[in-house]
Write a protein that binds this ligand. Sequence first.
Ligand code: HEC
Length: 130
Amino acid sequence: MSSLRSGALPWLAGLAAALVVVGCSSQGSAVPSGESQLGDPERGSRLISDYGCGSCHVVPGVRDADGQVGPPLTEFGRRSYVAGMLPNNAENLQRWIRDPQDVVPGNAMPDLGVSTIDARDIAAYLLSLE
Ligand code: HEC
C-alpha cells in the first residue's frame, strides 16, 4: 500500500509539471507581433504564387512576383492602410484580399475567389514583411 503510494506520487508530480509546461508554452507562443502570427505565412507565400498575385505586385520572397500593375507589397507589415482605405490589420487585409471590389469598387484588382483560409495565410505572409 505505502509502496504503491510512493510510486504513484512522483509520477503524478511529473504529470502536473508537464501540464504546466504545456500550458505556459502555448501561451508564450501566442501572437508576438500583432496579428501577423494568425495563419500560416509559409503556406501564404506559396498561395501568393498560386493565385498569381505577382503578375501585378512586387512581393519580396515570392519568385517571379515582379508585376507593376498594383503597388509593391514590400514591407507590408509596416503599412498603415490597405489600399489607402482600411487600417492595416489581419482582418482588414483578409477582407481586401477576398473582395477588393467591395472595398474600392472599380479598382484594378479583380476579385480572385480567394477562400477564407487562403486569405488568412496570405495576410499572415504579407504582415510578416517588415
Ligand atoms: C490584375 C492585377 C492584380 C492582381 C492579380 C492582384 N492585385 Fe492586388 N492590387 C492591384 C491594384 C491595382 C491595387 C491598388 C488598388 C487600390 O489602391 O485601389 C492592388 C492593391 C493590393 C493591396 C493593397 C496595397 C496597398 O499598397 O495598400 C494588397 C495588399 C493586394 N493588392 C494584395 C494582392 C494579393 C494578395 C493578390 C493575389 C491574391 C493580388 N493583390 C492580386 C492589382 C492586382
